[in-house]
Design a protein around this ligand. Structure first.
Ligand SMILES: C[S@@+](CC[C@H](N)C(=O)[O-])C[C@H]1O[C@@H](n2cnc3c(N)ncnc32)[C@H](O)[C@@H]1O
Length: 165
């Protein structure tokens, strides 16, 4: 099909449309998440941009609930925003394994998981994520995997995670 025969169906994300979506979707972070964002900016200003956007965090919580996920693996914990959001959506008895190389970043995460009372369902594995993923048992299968780490590693992470649906 030629490109010029396609109908334009995309909408520009204007500031007004963005505000409308935020209002409709209950995507505003709660006070604890706002505190985590602020603390990350204060403590690690040069890397704070790595945290997922609040809208992405809300989407992750929604997706986990939608799937009824029990078993999640995350690659790239940082200060724990995305893992906190996903853990909040887990079904009762569910668990999330999250991988990172930095004790400094993930100490912040551990503190906020405890304060959010989701620390009982999050397991942090420190070390190179590819080693962590290769050491995962074949069972149970994964309901969701979220890769948000070093970009050159993505193909390796994908190859380890994709066969585990
Ligand atoms: C984009 S940040 C993750 C952001 C996080 N998902 C959030 O929402 O706050 C990427 C993280 O990947 C970690 N990382 C980088 N290389 C890694 C590797 N080889 N194995 C595990 N983690 C790694 C970094 O230490 C960093 O914390």
């Amino acid at each position: 099909m030629r490109n010029d025969t396609l109908t334009a169906r995309n909408l520009a994300l204007t500031p007004e449309l963005h505000d409308y979506l935020l209002d409709q979707g209950r995507m505003t972070p709660d006070p604890l998440l706002i505190e985590l964002i602020e603390l990350t900016h204060e403590a690690i200003p040069e890397q704070a941009h790595m945290t997922v956007a609040p809208e992405e965090g809300a989407l992750l919580t929604f997706l986990v609930r939608l799937l009824g996920a029990r078993t999640i693996v995350e690659v790239g914990t940082f200060t724990g925003y995305s893992s906190l959001c996903m853990a909040r959506g887990l079904r009762a008895g569910g668990s999330l394994i999250t991988c990172d190389v930095s004790a400094e970043y993930t100490d912040v995460a551990r503190d906020f998981w405890a304060r959010a009372q989701v620390d009982d369902r999050i397991e942090l594995r420190l070390g190179d994520a590819l080693d962590t993923l290769r050491a995962l048992p074949a069972e149970p299968h994964l309901d969701l995997a979220f890769i948000d780490a070093d970009k050159p590693g993505y193909i390796g992470y994908w190859e380890e995670l994709a066969p585990r649906p």
